[in-house]
Write a protein that binds this ligand. Structure first.
Ligand code: GAF
Length: 392
């Protein structure tokens, strides 16, 4: 499968650039099991890299140009000087490449010449499975290999986040880049974003599968709404800090939060902060439940997470709520919730292995009835993180 993809990419590279690439790369997407909108609040997250993602072939050039081509956007032929930081007006995906280059230069790396990169991604567009971080980390591993840079993995991860925050302008946390940078086959990553200490936890769901359900909803204004949630939780934290000695909402347990919530003084901000604090507690419990093979508790925590994202954080919407509620009603499902930023995108469900097909049919018919178009379903395979695959 991988071989076929790379054969196709190498042929496309030759026809686009007239030379051969030297190296092959792959960078995955991610799901998040639980711990949503906690990463920019100093809480825990519990994501995993998946086997779909972005594949690429690349080689250094002799001049200072960066030339990019994606089989997903065949009309765009992108070219710029490697030291030109100006945003590309019409080439959205090229800006993620630029953002990573700039961030890596800020970390002290230098690039003597340019490079060619040809890619293809199979993460569904705007699905909330982090196609943008997948691309960022792909660029990170490409640059590390082509320029022989002795940089640690955490710097690649941080460069992706910095590209997103400073260049693209979305104030995301570190979860997606971390999951994609540190992913390992069949392991979920339990990360404390306050300390950056992490632990790999076997993602063993016994007789159950985690399936991905895509709303197929176009995500509109998602970036501005995301930034709005970041600002709201920061403001709630600022008000709590007038009385409490805390650095992030992740420093608070639910009991202390409840005792002091009224200090925030605004109902919306209280709800946002409550989600961040309670979701962090749920994530800690969910990791313990999975490690103990207690899938019933794990599933119940997924359900509670969705309710909180719907009612307190208000990032779900009718499409995600319909998918999740229909899955949750099914006796063969232990839990379901949206995954990623929300505002459309995907949900996950923990479904008994031999009931997956029936569940998908039930969810599809309820969804079409309520929403008017079909959702999509994917099996989840948890895979390795962003990597150099081999020489051409
Ligand atoms: C997006 C962001 F990129 C992550 O950092 C995280 O905040 C997530 O939304 C919500 O949990 O994927």
């Amino acid at each position: 499968m991988m071989d076929e993809i790379f054969d196709k990419l190498i042929a496309a590279y030759q026809s686009e650039f007239g030379t051969m690439p030297t190296d092959k790369f792959f960078s995955p997407g991610r799901i998040n099991l639980i711990g949503e909108h906690t990463d920019y609040n100093g809480g825990h997250v519990f994501p995993a890299a998946i086997t779909i993602g972005t594949s690429g072939v690349a080689a250094k050039r002799d001049d200072d140009l960066v030339k990019l081509y994606s089989l997903n956007f065949p009309d765009e032929h992108i070219s710029f000087s490697i030291n030109d930081d100006e945003k590309l007006p019409n080439h959205a995906w090229g800006n993620f490449v630029k953002g990573v280059l700039i961030a890596m230069r800020q970390f002290g790396n230098t690039f003597d010449t340019g490079f060619n990169l040809l890619i293809e991604g199979n993460i569904p567009n705007a699905s909330g499975l982090s196609s943008s971080s997948s691309l960022e980390l792909l660029v990170g591993v490409v640059l590390k290999r082509l320029y022989n840079l002795p940089i640690p993995r955490l710097q690649l991860v941080a460069s992706g986040q910095r590209a997103e925050n400073d260049y693209i302008g979305v104030q995301t946390g570190i979860m997606d880049q971390f999951a994609i940078g540190y992913g390992e086959e069949n392991q979920a990553i339990y990360l404390d974003t306050n300390t950056m200490i992490y632990e790999m936890v076997p993602a063993d769901f016994k007789d159950y599968d985690v399936i991905i359900m895509n709303t197929n909803k176009r995500r509109e204004l998602a970036d501005s709404k995301y930034n709005e949630r970041v600002a709201e939780t920061q403001e709630a934290l600022r008000r709590l800090q007038l009385k409490l000695d805390i650095h992030t909402l992740g420093d608070l347990d639910a009991k202390t939060f409840d005792e002091h919530a009224s200090m925030i003084g605004d109902e919306t901000l209280i709800k946002r902060a409550r989600h961040a604090v309670y979701e962090n507690e749920r994530t800690i419990k969910a990791k313990a439940a999975l490690a103990d093979n207690d899938l019933v508790t794990f599933g119940a925590l997924l359900n509670a997470s969705h309710t909180s994202l719907k009612d307190d954080y208000e990032v779900t919407g009718i499409e995600l709520d319909t998918l999740v509620a229909t899955a949750q009603e099914n006796p063969n499902v232990l839990g379901a919730r949206m995954t990623g930023a929300g505002f459309g995108g995907c949900a996950i469900a923990l479904v008994k292995h031999d009931a997956v097909e029936a569940l998908e049919q039930a969810v599809e018919s309820a969804y079409v009835k309520a929403i008017g178009y079909a959702p999509a379903f994917y099996e989840t395979h948890i895979g390795d993180g962003a990597r150099f695959v081999g020489e051409v």
